[in-house]
Design a protein around this ligand. Structure first.
Ligand code: CA
Ligand code: CA
Ligand code: ZN
Ligand code: ZN
Length: 456
């Protein structure tokens, strides 16, 4: 029954307890809002975890995120007592399985890659064991496999694991109904295995979308632990003496912090009533009814076909689509779905071939046009007629005092906000000048951002 899906999702991942039918009927006369309120609270909890607008409604985007492939473990496991192995050398074994027998050596390689992520930074060691018993038994199973957490076919839960302990403790189960691959074409085994081994070592889910312990599946081309993942595993098992954070050419990535005074943005756009800020694989959403801006993955909302490290984004509210720009390509998304025939080349919008990318897009809802910024030039695109109007203008002549090339631009509360590096320039049309300069993250809920604002 499809309408039961959200209840089941919230029951499984957020501890939602629907009242039994008999009690529900009895309670209905007394307080029929009780059940709804409990449900709503769980929806909000899930929305906060995934950086969605926490309105408690089963919106299209909430359902979209619920339906994404993910880890089968709960997001609200008690975080109190940490469970960890008391020894430093952990044995593992893979159970023979007919379905994936053909590619056993590739499976083993993927598993070794995932284990190595954790062992290379901490004092934990893994030893493969063919004997009957191992600390971490790895199996590909399907449907009900006898541990009370059945898989339900392709999609949904991809795998689950058990926290360190005897018997089933530390074991990892992969759903054999998934199309497991070593790259991005299906579900990446190394990516999911790295996450599940985190559980097998004692880590629980993280709401940080940059963490490998984030519960939603997302494929990143380079499989690596985040800075916080490294710190978490070292906290449990100690630092690997061969691992020197300071001397690494490429240190583990840190998830961008909305209150970092040096934060800059790739793109900023209006989205319905919200303002959305893009950075790398991440985005923050500022909703007028909610104080907190929460981080989420671009891929959580817009399938993996919208790239990270975007150049520009804008929403055409009237025609109800969003355009994403990166390099000489652009993507059109409607109702969270990538439209057919995209990405296309930006020359289709009327740019000459010398323009290889756009820096920012600024959409004016009421006047139905969009201004594109490229280097020292700006272009006016007529949304009604779908044509570029005339030749480009110089930014310095049209937008006085605005530094170029710019990073991003957005229309917000009657002003145009230009972003460049860690600065934001608030531009007044009427006066045709910059009225204030503040830090780029000024619109985020950071006191720090507000304090260094000054009027010109
Ligand atoms: Ca599944
Ligand atoms: Ca940009
Ligand atoms: Zn998990
Ligand atoms: Zn299982």
């Amino acid at each position: 029954n499809p309408s039961r899906f959200p209840q089941e999702y919230l029951h499984h991942f957020y501890g939602y307890q629907p009242e039994p039918d008999r009690r529900k009927r009895a309670a209905a006369s007394r307080d029929d809002s009780h059940q709804t309120r409990g449900f709503c609270d769980k929806v909000k909890k899930m929305q906060r975890f995934f950086g969605l607008t926490p309105d408690g409604k089963l919106s299209q985007e909430t359902l979209t995120v619920m339906k994404k492939p993910r880890c089968g473990l709960s997001d609200v496991e008690p975080h109190g007592a940490t469970v960890r192995w008391t020894k430093r050398t952990i044995s593992y074994r893979t159970l023979k399985n007919q379905a994936c027998h053909r590619k056993t050596s590739r499976t083993l390689k993927a598993i070794r890659t995932a284990l190595k992520l954790w062992s290379s930074v901490s004092l934990i060691r893994f030893r493969r064991r063919e004997a009957k018993e191992a600390d971490v038994s790895i199996a590909f199973v399907s449907g009900d496999h006898g541990d009370g957490s059945p898989f339900s076919g392709k999609g949904g839960a991809l795998a689950h694991a058990f926290l360190p302990g005897l018997g089933i403790g530390g074991d990892v189960h992969f759903d054999s109904a998934e199309e497991w691959t070593l790259n991005s074409t299906g579900i990446s085994l190394p990516v999911v295995a790295a996450h599940e081994f985190g559980h097998a070592l004692g880590l629980s889910h993280s709401p940080d979308p940059g963490s490998i312990m984030y519960p939603a599946y997302n494929f990143a081309p380079s499989l690596e632990l985040s800075f916080d993942d490294v710190k978490s595993i070292q906290h449990l098992y100690g630092e690997n003496p061969n691992f020197h954070l300071q001397s690494l050419k490429r240190p583990p990535p840190k998830t961008p912090d909305k209150c970092d005074p040096d934060l800059s943005f790739d793109a900023v756009t209006e989205l319905q009533q919200e303002v959305v800020f893009f950075k790398d694989r991440f985005m923050w959403r500022k909703h007028p009814s909610f104080v907190e801006t929460r981080i989420t993955l671009i891929s959580n909302l817009w399938s993996n076909s919208v790239p990270s490290h975007l150049d520009a984004v804008y929403e055409n509210v009237e025609k109800n689509f969003i355009l994403f720009f990166k390099g000489d390509q652009y993507w059109k998304v409607q109702q969270l779905i990538l439209q057919e025939g995209f990405p296309r080349n930006i020359s289709d919008l009327g740019f000459p071939s010398r323009i290889k990318s756009v820096d920012a897009a600024l959409h004016f809802r009421d006047d139905r046009y969009t201004v594109f910024f490229t280097g020292h030039e700006c272009w006016r695109y007529n949304e009604l007629r779908a044509v570029m109007e005339g030749s480009p203008m110089l930014i310095e002549q049209h937008w006085l005092e605005i530094p170029f090339p710019i990073d991003a631009a957005v229309y917000y509360e009657g002003f145009v906000n230009f972003f460049k590096g860690n600065k934001q320039y608030k531009y007044d049309f009427g006066q045709n000048r910059v009225v204030s300069v503040s830090s780029a993250n000024d619109l985020m809920d950071c006191e720090m951002g507000k304090s260094n604002k000054h009027a010109l």
